[in-house]
Design a protein around this ligand. Structure first.
Ligand code: URA
Length: 224
């Protein structure tokens, strides 16, 4: 299972490495497809690679990345146990914001990574990734509030760089991160309750299936 996912993610990474679909590849050193466990329960989505990411071809390896590593320790995790990627896979010049045509051009990569990893929790880092799943959301009011949809949770978080700049956000960021295990448990509980159990009578199972309460793979991003 995981081998098949690794293979599919590697093929996508190869496509990303040679992608010229938008202007962002110009002048970059390396594309940054993503890093982590192909079967991760938690998918973190940042904004765009920065200077160090462009040098190394890996996401979140600069100052924000070191902080993200620290945040993961707060829930007893390491980056190898989650999957980390960005909305756009090449570094924007001078670390400017990604533009909407660039986000659109890159979006199919994220969508395909998402479908392969099939995470239980999608943690967005900052407003660009948040906008993918909460189109009208305002980060200051919705951060740390999970949305349960498509058999998973979408969990908006501040960007680590913003939290590093602002000590007040840092407190919220760390509180929000510490609630991820509860969000994960809630998704698992919901999935278990929706699954017809082996000892359920056949007609009850059929009813559950009629109600859509099955463990069929959820349709990705159906609500967005
Ligand atoms: N900021 C991001 O959003 N992504 C990275 O990979 C690094 C910094």
């Amino acid at each position: 299972m995981s081998e098949a996912r690794t293979k599919k993610l590697t093929l996508i990474a190869e496509e990303i490495n040679v992608c010229t679909a938008c202007r962002l590849y110009e002048g970059t050193n390396k594309a940054v497809p993503g890093y982590g466990d192909p079967s991760a329960e938690i998918l973190f989505i940042g904004e765009a690679p920065g200077f160090y990411e462009d040098q190394q071809g890996l996401p979140f390896v600069g100052k924000s990345g070191r902080y993200l590593d620290y945040l993961l320790t707060l829930i007893g995790m390491k980056r190898e146990q989650v999957f980390i990627t960005n909305v756009v896979k090449h570094r924007p010049p001078d670390n400017r914001d990604p533009q909407s045509d660039e986000i659109i051009a890159c979006n199919h990569f994220l969508k395909r990574q998402f479908e392969i990893i099939d995470p239980l929790v999608v943690a967005t880092l900052g407003r660009f990734s948040m906008a993918q799943y909460f189109p009208n959301g305002k980060i200051s009011s919705i951060h740390g509030q999970p949305k349960y949809a498509d058999d998973r949770a979408y969990y908006p978080l501040f960007h680590p760089a913003a939290a590093l700049r602002n000590p007040n956000l840092r407190i919220d960021m760390e509180d929000d991160i510490k609630r991820i295990p509860d969000v994960l448990e809630e998704v698992k509980k919901r999935r278990a309750n929706a699954k017809p159990s082996a000892d359920m009578p056949e007609d009850a199972k059929e009813n559950a299936q009629d109600n859509g309460e099955t463990d069929e793979p959820p349709q990705q991003l159906r609500l967005f």
